[in-house]
Ligand binder design. Sequence first.
Ligand code: ARG
Length: 581
Amino acid sequence: MPDPQLVLAARVQDALSAAFGPSYADADPVIRPSQFADLQANVALPLAKKLGRKPRDVADEIVKNLDTAGVVADVQVSGPGFINLTLSDTWIAGEAQRALQDDRLGVPATEHPQKVVVEYSSPNVAKEMHVGHLRTTIVGDAIARILDFLGHRVVRDNHVGDWGTPFGMLIEHLLDLGEDAAARGDSSVRDLTAFYQAARAKFDGDEEFADRSRSRVVALQAGDPETLRLWNVLVDVSKNYFNTVYQRLGVTLTDDDIKGESFYNDLLAPTVQELEDKGIAVISDGALCAFPPGFTGREGEPLPVIIRKSDGGYNYSTTDLATIRYRMDTEHVDRMIYVVGAPQSLHFQMVFAVARTAGWLTEGVQAEHAQIGNVLGTDGKILRTRAGSTVKLAELVDEAVERAGAVYDEVQHDDSFDEATRAAIVQDVGIGAIKYADLSVARDSEYVFDFDRMISFNGKTGPYLQYAAARIRSIFRKGGLTPDEATGPITLTDPAERALALQLLGFGAAIEQAGETAEPHKLAGYVYSVADAYTTFHENCPVLKAPDEATKASRLALCAVTLRTLTTGLALLGVPTPERM
Ligand code: ARG
C-alpha cells in the first residue's frame, strides 16, 4: 500500500530532476500535511535560495514538470511558493480497494529482512515484577510483533536476572523454610517480595546465616551440583510466576525465550580475558576496568565500566558484554534492541562503546537502547501503594479489570450477554486499557498511570479503539454478512468517506516507522487516527441504510478495510479486540 506522502514525494522528485537536472532526483521534496490540500510540497523555498531565483518561479517550474497522471487531481501554488497537492479520489479509492483484497492490507514485507534480537521484560528471579517491568514487557512485545509482521527474523530474548550474590542468601533461606515449601506452593516462597525481604533481614541480622550465604555463593559459582539444583528450584518458582503474568497480559514470551544472566556464565572469563589481551581493560583501584573514550564524571575524570570487581567477582556489565559477543558470534544478529528502563541509559552507552572498541559490535550492526520512561502515580511521583511499597503487578492488573467492569456496566453493557461473555469482554477491556495506555505515550517519556483516564470509552484509549472495532462488527452482524463478503467496489463521494480511505492508506508507513525506530506509539497514534476518521464517517454516512446499493456496497467495503486495519494494528500492539462489546 503506497503511502500517499511517498507517492507524491517520488512524483515531485521526478519533476525536480526534469526541471533542474538529474542531481535533484534525490532532493528532499519537503512534503508536509496541509490544511489547504491533502499535502504540500515546500521544496521551492530552499531550492530558490540555492538557485538565486524567486521561490514562486521555482514552484511554477516544478508544477509545469509534475506528472499528475492517475494520482494528483489538483495542484496550486500558494503563498511564497508552496505547492498544494490534492490527491485524486479515484486513486485513493483504488488503493483502498487493493488493501481490501490483500491479506496484508497492502503492506509489503521488507525487502531487507534482518535478524533482530528484541530483549525485553527481563525481570529478576525471586523478585516481584513491578510497573517498570510491566511497561518494558508491553512495549517490547509490541516491537517484536511489529518487526515480525514486517518480515524480520525476530529473536525474543528475556534476559532475566537469575544470577549473582543474592542467590546465596536466597538458597539458604529456602533451605531454612524447607524445600517442600516450594513444592507445596507455600506462600512463604510464592510471595516473592516477602521471601526476598525475609532472606535479606536474616542476612543483615544473623552472622551465621550471612556466612552460610557467602559460602553458598562460592558453591554456586563453582558449579556445585546440589547448589545448582536448589538454585533451579528458585528459578522455577519465578518462571511460573512470570508465565502467569505473561499469559494474563497476552504477552508472547515463553520459556524458550529466556536467556538469563546465568546463561552467559561460562562466557564471562573469556570475555574478560579478551578485553585484557586487547589492552582495553586495566586494573584501577583493584578492579579491572575499561574506560571508553568520551565518558567522564562531574570533575572530568574518565568513567569506568567495571569488568571484574576487586573481590574477583564479575558484574552486570561483564554479563552484558558477554551477551553482545554471544549474539554476534553465535546468533549472528543484525540488530539488537534493548527494551530497558531509561535510568540504565549510561550503562548501555558505555557497554556498547566498549563492545565497539573490542571489535565485537561491528559497523553494520545496530545496538540500541529502547529506553522506557518511568511510570508515575497520579501524584506525579514514582508509582507506589498507599502504604508506600512498590505496586505489585498482579494487583494492578486485577484492579484494572475490576474497574473496567464497573465502567463497562455503566456505559456499554448489553444485558443480553451471559456472565462468562461479559467477564471475557471486561478482561479484554482492562488489559487493553493498560496496554494501550503504555503504548500510546512515547516510550522514553515518563507517564502517569491513571486508571480513570485509561479505562474510558472516550479519548485516546484502548477501550475506545476496541469499541470502534466492535461497532463495525455489529454493522456486519445486522447486515447479515461477514466482513470478508464485503467486496466493494469502493467509490468515494462523501468527504468523510474520502478522509477515512486516505487515513487507511497510511497503515504501511505507520508500521514501518514504528519498526524502524522501535517506537510502537507511532502505530498506536495511527490506529487512533483511523478510529477517529471512522467515527466521523459513522456519524455522516449511513451504511446499511445507504441511499443506493452501490453506495452501500462501497461503505461496507470501507468498513471491512477499517475493521481489519484496526484489528491488525491493535494485534501488533498486543491489544485484544473483543468480537462484541
Ligand atoms: N534485570 C534487569 C532489571 O530488572 C534488567 C535487565 C536489562 N537487560 C540487560 N541486558 N542488562 O533491572
